[in-house]
Write a protein that binds this ligand. Structure first.
Ligand code: PNS
Length: 166
C-alpha cells in the first residue's frame, strides 16, 4: 500500500467570536492532520451582522493557535468547498456538540458532497466541558455582564464585553 499522510484539513466557521470549544477542535485536528487551515467566513451566514470583523476574528484565533506549528488562519468569502480546494484540502473538519447540531450539519454535508464529492467532511465530538458552549450563548452572557472565564480566550472576553456593553 502506498504511503499516505493525512494531508490538509479545513476547520471552517463564523467564529464570532472563537470559543474555547472551537480552539479544542482546532487543536485536536492539528494533532491528526499535517496542516490545518482555519477558515473564517467573511459573510453573514444564516445570522445577522457579526460583532467582530473577519480580520478581528482571524486575529483572535491566530493568537490562540500561534504555538501550534501547523495551523494557518484565513478569512474566506466563497463556497467552503472552493476554499478547501484553493488550499489543497481534501477534508473539512467540524465539531459536533449535541443532536441539535446534527440536522444542520447533515444538510451542509449533503450540499457540499453534491458540489464536491472529492472533499470529505468529518466530525469531532465536542469535549464534554464544551458541549454546551456556543458563540451565540457567549454573546448573550456578555450582553448581560456574565462571566466569560473558561468559555472564550481572555482577550476575546474583554473585547466582547466592551463591544456588547456599549
Ligand atoms: O456554524 P457556522 O460557524 O456559522 O458555519 C459556517 C460554515 C461556513 C461552516 C457553514 O455555513 C457551512 O458549512 N457552509 C457550507 C456551505 C457554504 O459553502 N456556504 C458559503 C460559506 S461563505
Amino acid at each position: 500500500m502506498a504511503d499516505r499522510t493525512s494531508g490538509t484539513a479545513v476547520c471552517p466557521g463564523s467564529y464570532d467570536p472563537v470559543t474555547l470549544g472551537h480552539i479544542d477542535i482546532i487543536t485536536r485536528t492539528a494533532e491528526v492532520f499535517d496542516n490545518v487551515i482555519v477558515g473564517v467566513v467573511d459573510q453573514p451566514v444564516r445570522k445577522q451582522k457579526t460583532v467582530f470583523t473577519a480580520e478581528q476574528r482571524v486575529e483572535f484565533i491566530q493568537a490562540e493557535v500561534a504555538s501550534l506549528g501547523n495551523v494557518e488562519v484565513k478569512a474566506f468569502h466563497n463556497l467552503l468547498v472552493e476554499f478547501a480546494r484553493e488550499n489543497g484540502a481534501k477534508t473539512i473538519v467540524k465539531g459536533l456538540r449535541a443532536i441539535s447540531d446534527f440536522e444542520y450539519e447533515f444538510e451542509m454535508n449533503q450540499l457540499n458532497r453534491k458540489m464536491a464529492p472529492d472533499i470529505e467532511s468529518t466530525y469531532l465530538m465536542a469535549a464534554p466541558q464544551f458541549s454546551f458552549l456556543s458563540s451565540s450563548g457567549v454573546k448573550e452572557l456578555a450582553m448581560f455582564g456574565g462571566d466569560l472565564t473558561g468559555l472564550v480566550p481572555a482577550p476575546v472576553a474583554s473585547r466582547l464585553q466592551e463591544a456588547l456593553e456599549r
